[in-house]
Design a protein around this ligand. Sequence first.
Ligand SMILES: C[S@@+](CC[C@H](N)C(=O)[O-])C[C@H]1O[C@@H](n2cnc3c(N)ncnc32)[C@H](O)[C@@H]1O
Length: 287
Amino acid sequence: MDKIVSPSKTKAIVEKYKFRFSKSLGQNFLIDQNILEDIVDGADIQPDDCVIEIGPGIGTLTQFIAEKAHKVVAIEIDRNLIPILKHTLADYQNVEVINQDVLKVDLHQLIADKFEGKPVKVIANLPYYVTTPIVMRFLEEKVPVDSLVIMIQKEVAVRMQAGPGTKDYGALSIAVQYYCNPEILLKVPPSVFIPQPKVESIVIKLQVYPEPKVKVERDDLMFALVKDAFGKRRKTLLNALSSGLLQLSKEIVRESLEAANIDENRRGETLTIEEYATLTKEVAARQ
Ligand SMILES: C[S@@+](CC[C@H](N)C(=O)[O-])C[C@H]1O[C@@H](n2cnc3c(N)ncnc32)[C@H](O)[C@@H]1O
């Protein structure tokens, strides 16, 4: 069928199938051709690339992806959308729709089973409630994908890209920037969706590094230190780290900070990832 690129086509499909939008599943469907093309261009899909699309909705973005990619696996949680997707994607032989919650899919297995060792990219217009868990699953479980192009709430995108010393810099910034280079691609106003969401969105590209940005043997310890440091944002590092979940003694924290050449009166929000990596090494040596 023709591409779904207008409010009237979206409304016609929704009415034909008597589809009811679910607010809790974040169902806001794109209706603007320029934005759809910009998202697909941002993903830079090559003819050999395979794409995992999360939350295809009625298949609007999927149609654009399918024209560029070798193969698309689209994972949609809402079973009411499956008959619609069968119809809107009928002309695309390279698309497979899976009716499942992406958080429950074995992503390593899916890639091994479906993509014949070809490069894999992720594209998603995500419901906001699952944004962070989904992104962190891909990164922490080291799911072998080249990049993730995702549409997310503006505030979350800004936090992912924030650097030291800014108010948006936090545990999410460090976790994302440890695994990948975040680049904001475009701002998306509420007017390009049916129904219109209340918040502004941003499309961000997370280009995954072949190896994490800094070398840390105990990255679990680094993330625990980050959590403690940001858990008490207003406290100095010495106080935050010696009263956090890790239950480090003041002595260990003081010695480790000194060995890492970090002033104990600094706050966690001023440290770069490299400094957290050095600090982790020093704390690990004393634990
Ligand atoms: C914001 S809509 C995007 C729809 C479509 N991609 C578009 O751009 O028009 C989000 C979609 O994600 C689906 N979804 C929500 N939670 C999901 C989950 N945990 N796993 C898979 N899909 C999910 C929703 O049902 C919905 O179709």
